[in-house]
Design a protein. Sequence first.
Length: 447
Amino acid sequence: MEERIILPAAEMPDKWYNPLPDLPTPLAPPLDPQTRQPISPEQLGVIFPNALIEQEMSAESWIAIPQPVMDVYRLWRPTPLVRARNLEKAIGAKCKIYYKDESVSPAGSHKPNTSVPQAYYNKMEGVRRLSTETGAGQWGTALSFACSQFGMDCTVYMVKVSYEMKPYRQILIRNYGATIHPSPSPATRTGAAMLEKDPGCKGSLGLAISEAVEDAATHDDTKYTLGSVLNHVLIHQTIVGLETQKQLAAIGVKPDYLVGCVGGGSNFAGLVLPFLKNKLAGEKIKFVASEPKACPTLTRGQYRYDYGDMARLTPLMKMHTLGHSFMPAPIHAGGLRYHGDAPILCNLMEEGLIDARAYFQTECFDAAQLFLRTQGFLPAPETSHAIKAAIEVAKEAGPDETVVFLYSGHGMLDLASYDAYLQGKLTNFELPQEDIDSALKDCPDIP
Ligand SMILES: *Cc1c(COP(=O)(O)O)cnc(C)c1O
């Protein structure tokens, strides 16, 4: 009876929640890397539309979701909340486990929750084309889907090594109608210069960001988009937690643990932020973040100002960081290999409101396979980190307690990773302290 909780379409939330007014301590502002003064909205206006800059700094607790965005959301929303009863049995859990299923979106992950409004607000301000970078290809897929919905052009710079090793995502992106360049590409000055220096260069995320930003900054009709980390992205993702609240209320259940994986932090934040007020009001509810031991930003990073990218093009943000020059090991959860985390999430971490845990990739793939063999669905490698943490938490939880985790995406385009797993080819990486210390030396000194 309460196995799959589906909200009636009419009950889909029509506002996003903005946590900024409710943070116990104000968010440290992003700084101009040259002057080290708080960045002005005018500076951000070169690459972002005004509506998103307003959201980035908004003091309003609730932001109405525009009707055209609601209409696109309805292609897959509201998403189901599912009781993982077979998984409970397999691990001998005494508590209940539910998962919020964001894998049912067109792109197969939570990312369209923000790509759709980002495309919409740009379109409303006369922008004709969006540019972005993508690593493993999930954000590129989500943005090309959103652009196809609003009749916009989309240019994706995809790290060349992923473009060659993961052909399926770029095929999907091209079928949505986007233009995709393996990065480094001759399409930008940054890319062309790199190719001249090193024709065999396989690219990096930092380089792809530089290309996408240059594209937006040098074309009047083009703006840049980012799929995680920024405040407006987290705000859009709160639709996940707001729906979950309604679904749990419908069956009279209060969650004791909310669990998610953290790359830049947007899916996890989208689940937990709507419950922030409950936690601050003293309700017993734990926010559990799960990350790879190969990229342990929340568990071992330093809380300080750092650049968002390797090329030092972005504003400085105060966050838990492993250093912008940090090169994470090539783990299969490509979406969790970011050196920093969303400033909102890091702010809450500093307040002691988040319990962060780190896991090896093989134990996460073990958890993913158990999920596949019990619940039947194949999770994305990123999502396997949430499943692993949910299982560990469920083993600690009491009989009357409830664990809810966020199923951020499916793994149907990640089968090569599962093949490597079956063949015993996955390596576990634990980051040596010397590597963290040396990458942190490159961070700017800001008190
Ligand atoms: C991108 C991605 C993530 C990590 O990004 P966040 O911003 O931390 O949410 C996690 N899971 C999936 C399936 C992704 O595509």
